[in-house]
Design a protein around this ligand. Structure first.
Ligand code: AMP
Length: 193
């Protein structure tokens, strides 16, 4: 079993790279953003609870996010491995994730951060907004989401870095080249897992 966290600001290309990684390695994809969007779209009690928060671009409280993630893990007891996309976004979430893995006698084997500058991210999201029309990609919400990343989420990186677990990949350039850099990390270390 291999578990991977793909890390990066909104618009870093996590969705694109996740799709390619799933195809290659057969991960179960857990995107907390997609899960929250599913709940809001289907107007579930959880969706109703987080709708306003999401639309403002703020982070959903840890307690709610961690509980949803745990439920998702429990739904997939036979997974070959998980790819976490958009989670963890706080140190509390990172600690909870390590604990869940430990409880299941496994671990997060790879933490891969896509490194993209703030300016580039803003340009990409402006393009995506034109195509996908995601409500949380609107200007003020977008500003908030990017601010949340650079003020809160980025602090998760030292948590992994201190433990010598962080791999950084430049997230700018050709999609296939970025993918090759990611798979090189996985394939190099896979034998040691
Ligand atoms: P994303 O598509 O990953 O950018 O997530 C969209 C929105 O869902 C975020 O702006 C947050 O409101 C919420 N969200 C997704 N993942 C998390 C998380 N790990 N912690 C808190 N909020 C989250």
């Amino acid at each position: 079993m291999i578990n991977l966290v793909l890390f990066g600001p909104p618009g870093a290309g996590k969705g694109t790279q996740s799709e390619k990684l799933i195809k290659k390695y057969g991960f179960v994809h857990i995107s907390t953003g997609d899960l929250f969007r599913w709940h809001t779209k289907n107007d579930t009690p959880l969706g109703q609870q987080v709708k306003e928060i999401m639309n403002s671009g703020a982070l959903v409280p840890d307690e709610i996010t961690i509980a949803m993630l745990k439920e998702e893990l429990d739904k997939n007891p036979d997974a070959k491995g998980f790819l976490f996309d958009g989670f963890p976004r706080t140190v509390a979430q990172a600690e909870a994730l390590d604990q869940f893995m430990k409880n299941n006698h496994t671990a997060i084997h790879f933490i891969i951060a896509l490194d993209v500058e703030e300016k580039e991210v803003r340009q990409r999201i402006a393009k995506r907004r034109a195509i996908e029309n995601r409500p949380d990609d609107e200007d003020d919400k977008l500003n908030k989401r990017i601010t949340e990343y650079f003020s809160k989420t980025i602090h998760v990186l030292p948590y992994y870095e201190k433990q010598g677990r962080l791999n950084t990949v430049k997230g700018v350039g050709n999609i296939d080249d970025i993918f090759t850099s990611i798979t090189a990390i996985i394939d190099r270390k896979e034998a040691q897992v």
